[in-house]
Each structure stands twice: as structure tokens, then as C-alpha cells.
Ligand binder design. Structure first.
Ligand code: RFL
Ligand code: PHB
Length: 388
């Protein structure tokens, strides 16, 4: 088969790219390794920047988000005995939307189905060929048959473990990685959120985050050692530890209940440069990973996809400049969002190996944040998302 663009990976990056291209008359196919049910069962991001919300609306998939999502005008940061309310709206004029990645993915599937965009699920052994020529192609096996997609461009939207990044020769690739000495244990529970806004809590026992999906669905996280397993954490142990890490007035009103999902994710910062080679263009987690503090992962995937969709559309219209500049344009925003995620992670987590000096620096940083509108504005500007 022949398509103008072959998109590898049907997570949010790949699905959104497919839709944005289709809207401009560019034809793309999506190859996804997993089943649709599997993709939809992954509980991940929950905070959408205004930039991503605007893209979804423009692409015609924002209706349910605007109906069921929750606009948050601020967030609460509490650590070392200091609590700071960051008022996004007052400081930046912008807000964020609470709407799960799972729901975004759902909405994208529904629209792609409606317009008949091709998606192959359970596409196995996806391999990229001749990416450094004008006639690249991708092979995969599907329902026992070997298939081949001839295309003009390949979009690598296949996440951190995908094949696309690794198809760029090692001699060309430069990878930057920072692994944090802990993970996040997350639970989802049918309980009301502890506050109207998200609560980021730094504590000497470790970081905690109280997030939410809706008025009766909470998403909470605890910093845990990398050696911990999900089985080590009963629901009771989770709630007891979360209470210890929250300020007393929130711990008192926290409503607990059985978890409906529980998982541990390690934290890392990772950036692979360049984000393109030959006819391959990487977007989202295929090119970079941020720690979840600050909720940038999905939003960064969206800005990559935005840049890439504009560049491919211009290319097919005869102007190749944006595509030539894609890697540099995307990376400039990626490094800034990575810096923000890294600095939020540094400010709020326990780093046992680093001792009292770091703890004092963290306390000074939160105290500064509490008393400086400039510092609050800088945090808010990054949290609601840098422009693109
Ligand atoms: P995804 O979502 O990983 O999708 C990539 C897709 O590619 C498929 N794939 C392949 N398909 C074909 N052939 C292959 N060889 C393939 N290899 C892989 C995969 O099955 C998958 O469907 O990347 P994408 O689309 O770039 O989207 C990025 C976001 O998913 C990601 O940045 C965020 O979810 C990160 N993230 C979080 N971000 C936040 O902003 N807030 C969060 O709370 C948050 N929690 C998380 C997260 C990421 C997690 N991961 C990846 C471990 C929690 C977890 C557990
Ligand atoms: C979430 O709701 O899953 C979430 C929210 C904010 C973060 C990370 C995760 O910084």
C-alpha cells in the first residue's frame, strides 16, 4: 500500500498527527503494535495545556473535553512547612484543563474512525527501510501477513521503546539521560479529590501529588524507592503514607477508598538529538521523556506534533523550510520543558544520597517562591505551557 506519511505508533502523538494531516488533505496510515483496548487501558497524563486544548478544538475533537474536563486556574505547592498557591490565571492569563490522556485518545479514535483514517492495530515487527533515500518504506506483519507501506515520510511516534529512534544510526544520534533514584507509585480511586486544585507536596518522607480526573475520581502519587513493587503497597498502606505526606488540614479531609488501578513508573529525563534523520521525523516520547512532575510529557508530544504537522503540510505544498527546521524548532521547546520538569522534580523530591544541603536549598526555593511574584510567574508560565 502507499500513503504519503507512515506513522509508527498509535498513542496520542501518532493519532493526533494522523488527524491534523488528514484535516489538511495529507494522507497518513498509523501502525500500532498493541490492541486498541490495551492503548485505552493505560492511565497516564491528566493535565492539558491550553495549547493542546486549542489544537484539539481546532481539529474538531474538543467537544467532550470542553463538556467533561475541568479548567484549573491554579495549583497548590506545599513543602518544608510553606504552602504556596500559584494562581495561573492571575499571573499568566492562562489555565490548564484536567482531562485524562485516555479520554483524549478515545476522542481521537472516534474521530479517526468516523473519517475512515486507516489504523492497523497489533502491527508486529515494524521495520523502517531506506529512510535515507527518497523512497522509504515500512514493513510489518499483521494477522499473519507481511505488509509493506511505501511512503514519502515516516513519523516515529512509537514512544520510548519504539523502533523509530533506534532506526537513526548511532553515529548520528546523541542521547542525554538523567535517571532519578526513585519512581512514582500511582493509584486511581473512586473518591473525591482532596482539594479543588492539584496539590504538589514535598515532604521529608518523599514527594506526594494529589491529582484528579473528575469530581469522584482521584489520581494520587507517592515517591517510592525504585526497589518497591506494586505488591508491596496495599491500599491501606498507600492512603496512610499519603496522609503522612500532606499538610494536616488536607490529611484530615482526605477521603480514602479501594484503588481501581495501581502502578509504579520510574522517573527519567531523556532527550535524543536530532529529532529527524533522512525521511524519519520523531515526535513525543520517541524522542524525549520528562519526569511527570509538572505534567509536561503529553503536552510536549502535542507541540512536536503541531510543529511536524505544519512542516509536512507545507512540504507537500512545495515549501520545505519548516521540515528542514523541524528538529531544531521542536528541540528548543523540548529542552525548556525538560528543564522545568527537572527543576520541579529537584525542588519537591527527597534525594536521600544528597543530604542536608539539598534539603536546605529546597526549603529556600519554596520560601522564595512563596514571597516572590516573579518566581511564581516563572513557575506558572512554564506550567501552563510555553508558547508554540
Ligand atoms: P506513547 O503514549 O508511549 O505511545 C507510543 C505508541 O507507540 C506504540 N509502539 C509501537 N507501535 C508500532 N511498532 C512499534 N515497534 C512500537 N513500539 C511502540 C506503543 O504501543 C504506543 O501506543 O507515546 P506518545 O504518543 O508520544 O505520547 C506521549 C505520552 O503518552 C507521554 O508523554 C505521557 O503519558 C507521559 N506520562 C505522563 N505525562 C504527563 O504529562 N502526566 C502524567 O501523569 C504522565 N504519567 C506518563 C505517565 C508516561 C508513562 N509511561 C510511558 C511509562 C505515566 C506512565 C506510566
Ligand atoms: C496526573 O493527573 O496524572 C498528573 C497530574 C500532574 C502531574 C503528573 C500527573 O504533574
Amino acid at each position: 500500500m502507499r500513503h504519503q506519511v507512515c506513522i509508527i505508533g498509535g498513542g496520542p502523538s501518532g493519532l493526533l498527527l494522523s488527524l491534523l494531516l488528514r484535516r489538511a488533505g495529507v494522507d497518513a496510515v498509523v501502525l500500532e503494535r498493541r490492541s486498541r483496548d490495551y492503548v485505552l487501558s493505560r492511565i497516564r497524563a491528566g493535565v492539558l495545556e491550553q495549547g493542546l486544548c486549542d489544537i484539539l478544538r481546532q481539529a474538531g475533537v474538543g467537544t467532550r473535553m470542553d463538556r467533561e474536563g475541568f479548567v484549573h486556574d491554579g495549583t497548590i505547592i506545599t513543602a518544608h512547612g510553606t504552602t504556596v498557591h500559584i494562581d495561573f490565571k492571575k499571573l499568566t492569563g492562562k489555565s490548564v484543563m484536567i482531562y485524562g490522556q485516555t479520554e483524549v485518545t478515545h476522542d481521537l479514535y472516534d474521530e479517526l474512525d468516523r473519517i475512515g483514517a486507516p489504523i492497523f492495530h497489533e502491527a508486529e515487527d515494524v521495520a523502517i527501510h531506506d529512510a535515507d533515500t527518497d523512497a522509504p518504506y515500512v514493513t510489518f506483519s499483521h494477522q499473519g501477513q507481511t505488509r509493506r507501506v511505501d511512503c514519502d515520510y515516516i513519523a516515529g511516534c512509537d514512544g520510548f521503546h519504539g523502533v523509530s529512534r533506534r532506526s537513526i544510526p548511532e553515529s548520528v544520534r546523541r542521547e542525554f539521560e538523567h535517571v532519578y533514584p526513585f519512581g512514582w507509585l500511582g493509584i486511581l480511586a473512586h473518591t473525591p479529590p482532596v482539594a479543588d486544585e492539584l496539590v504538589y507536596s514535598g515532604h521529608e518522607r518523599g514527594f506526594a501529588l494529589c491529582s484528579m480526573r473528575n469530581a469522584n475520581l482521584s489520581r494520587h502519587y507517592l515517591q517510592v524507592p525504585l526497589t518497591d513493587k506494586v505488591e508491596d503497597w496495599s491500599d491501606e498502606a498507600f492512603w496512610a503514607e499519603l496522609k503522612r505526606r500532606l499538610p494536616p488540614h488536607l490529611a484530615e479531609i482526605l477521603v480514602t477508598g479501594p484503588s481501581i488501578e495501581k502502578s509504579i513508573a520510574p522517573l527519567r529525563s531523556f532527550i535524543s538529538e536530532p529529532m529527524s534523520w533522512g525521511r524519519i521525523y520523531l515526535a513525543g516520547d520517541a524522542a524525549h521523556i520528562v519526569p511527570p512532575t509538572g505534567a509536561k510529557g503529553l503536552n510536549l508530544a502535542a507541540s512536536d506534533v503541531w510543529y511536524l504537522s505544519r512542516a509536512l503540510i507545507a512540504q507537500f505544498a512545495g515549501d520545505g523550510q519548516l521540515l528542514q527546521d523541524y528538529s531544531a524548532t521542536a528541540l528548543a521547546r523540548v529542552w525548556k520543558a525538560s528543564r522545568f520538569s527537572w527543576s520541579m522534580t529537584r525542588m519537591l523530591h527527597e534525594f536521600p544520597a544528597e543530604g542536608e544541603f539539598l534539603a536546605r536549598m529546597q526549603a529556600a526555593e519554596v520560601d522564595y517562591l512563596a514571597h516572590s511574584e516573579a518566581a511564581q510567574t516563572a513557575l506558572a508560565e512554564n506550567y501552563v505551557g510555553l508558547p508554540y
